[in-house]
Design a protein around this ligand. Structure first.
Ligand SMILES: Cc1cc2nc3c(=O)[nH]c(=O)nc-3n(C[C@H](O)[C@H](O)[C@H](O)COP(=O)(O)OP(=O)(O)OC[C@H]3O[C@@H](n4cnc5c(N)ncnc54)[C@H](O)[C@@H]3O)c2cc1C
Length: 443
């Protein structure tokens, strides 16, 4: 049997692929609910993710997985409109004429930024269309150095810096240009006349998780079952110890996949990972009235959230019993930050006071429910040199034979962590295990 630690998308994808290749698997999930960071809430209609989620057009593996599970028709590609809140005004930034009308950048700055987002270096006499293809070249350059050199200082200061600040706060000067370029490339697909194209499942991502669970078989998955030990002897993994209700149990395994954050890997195996993580606090506000005209609103000033995301400006509210759903998204760089130390009531009050000052017409009486999800390790801090810190899929050297890692610190989750990256990581380890066990069938 192959033991899998973690029932998020990566662990479930690994289990699914291994089963397809004829292996017995068992998934152990610490929480009562499966799905990890993609876990959902109930609404008056479809379930919705506790942390906002959508797909980017470049993500093919998850689309292929959905098709295998009979869900191809459930993926919907929609326009996710964007806006930027600057000095009390929301500027929509979807169509070419909206971008041209944006008053806080010159035409020349818009041209330079536009070329960069198209992957074209226009600094020389002849435009270079391949200049940004090799992300590794920019691994040790900060976003600031890169944007200032490849566009203009004012593009950085007036456009990029506030976005970076909203996401990375006091770590913004550590972030690598490779991440920035990767992210531009990762998202990037636009309908010229309408805006960015993003994907969502009819019914939410819970539909995909449910189908994966059905495919793996509920009987092969145990929830409320934290793995507390991974035993290695003679250089090979032997067993997983699981702390389940009614007493612990030890499970002999032929291979083990750790599909969790790297701190759990360290506690189970001693393998250390130097990647720093940022935490997220994400509110889901159910409202009788809409707040925004866009799906995604970035905020240029120093607000207690990085973005406001009105999900029901992306997916029609009829799917949620007619309610309007708004995410309030904040990232924190360490546990000492004031917002992280606040309790949920204080966070809610801080956010609402800011929303009221930004939108004087907003009426908090239209709120019918306010739920807050927190996670201390919501995303890696993609600092310069990040790629050297990635945890390998096979931990034969650091831990022992037949121990594999598919969590968020794996190479598949670079340059941006995503559900697609989780599926890729799960597949990567499954393929390695399959090849290894088939090469030594007597085990
Ligand atoms: C705010 C936010 C927004 C996001 N937006 C998007 C988006 O728009 N699009 C997108 O594709 N992705 C998005 N993501 C990223 C996406 O959610 C993650 O990349 C993905 O869910 C990671 O899956 P995973 O299986 O690697 O890890 P996780 O989901 O963290 O799963 C790990 C699981 O392991 C379990 N576990 C931990 N310790 C143990 C133990 N000892 N024993 C057993 N189980 C254990 C945990 O409970 C958890 O369920 C977002 C994430 C956040 C936080």
């Amino acid at each position: 049997m192959i033991g899998i630690v973690g029932g998020g998308i990566a662990g479930l994808a690994a289990a699914y692929r291994l089963q397809q290749r004829g292996h017995d698997v068992r998934v152990f999930e610490a929480a009562d609910q499966l799905g990890g960071l993609a876990a959902t809430y109930e609404t008056a209609g479809d379930d919705i993710e506790q942390f906002y989620h959508h797909l980017s057009k470049s993500e093919q593996t998850i689309v292929d997985l959905a098709a295998e599970l009979g869900l191809e028709e459930r993926i919907e590609w929609r326009v996710g409109t964007n806006g930027y809140y600057v000095d009390g005004v929301v500027h929509p930034l979807d169509t070419p004429w909206e971008i041209l009308a944006y008053p806080h950048m010159s035409l020349y700055d818009k041209f330079r930024l536009g070329m960069l987002t198209q992957g074209i270096d226009v600094r020389g006499l002849v435009p270079d269309f391949d200049a940004y293809d090799d992300l590794a070249e920019y691994e040790h350059v900060t976003v600031r150095e890169f944007v200032e050199e490849h566009t203009t200082k004012s593009v950085y200061e007036n456009f990029v810096d506030p976005l970076l600040d909203g996401k990375y706060g006091d770590r913004k000067n550590d972030i690598s240009a490779a991440w920035f370029l990767g992210r531009v490339r990762f998202r990037g697909e636009r309908d010229l006349l309408r805006g960015e194209i993003l994907g969502y499942f009819d019914g939410g991502f819970g539909v995909l998780l449910d189908a994966l669970v059905d495919a793996v078989g509920r009987e092969n998955i145990t929830t409320g079952a934290p793995v507390t030990d991974l035993t290695v002897a003679d250089g090979r993994v032997q067993s997983l110890t699981v702390d389940a209700e009614g007493g612990g149990s030890v499970h002999d395994v032929d291979a083990a996949v750790v599909a969790t954050m790297p701190n759990v890997l360290e506690s189970l195996t001693g393998y250390t990972c130097e990647i720093d993580f940022q935490g997220a606090i994400c509110g889901l506000v159910t409202m009788e009235e809409s707040l925004l005209d866009t799906y995604w609103l970035n905020v240029a000033h120093d607000a207690p959230f990085g973005a406001l995301i009105e999900h029901t400006n992306f997916v029609e509210r009829e799917r949620y019993g007619g309610d309007h759903l708004l995410y309030v998204a904040s990232y924190v760089q360490d546990a000492d930050e004031e917002l992280w130390r606040m309790d949920d009531d204080e966070v809610r009050e801080t956010w609402l006071a800011e929303i009221e000052s930004m939108f004087p017409d907003f009426d908090r009486d239209s709120i019918t429910q306010f739920r807050i999800a927190r996670n201390p390790r919501a995303a890696p801090i993609y600092e310069c040199g990040y790629r050297d810190l990635v945890v390998p899929y096979h931990l034969d050297e650091g831990v022992g034979e037949d121990v594999y890692y598919a969590g968020m610190a794996s190479a598949a989750q670079y340059p941006e962590r995503s559900l697609n990256g989780g599926v890729v990581a799960g597949y990567e380890v499954a393929d390695r295990i399959d090849a290894s066990l088939k090469a030594e069938p007597e085990r």
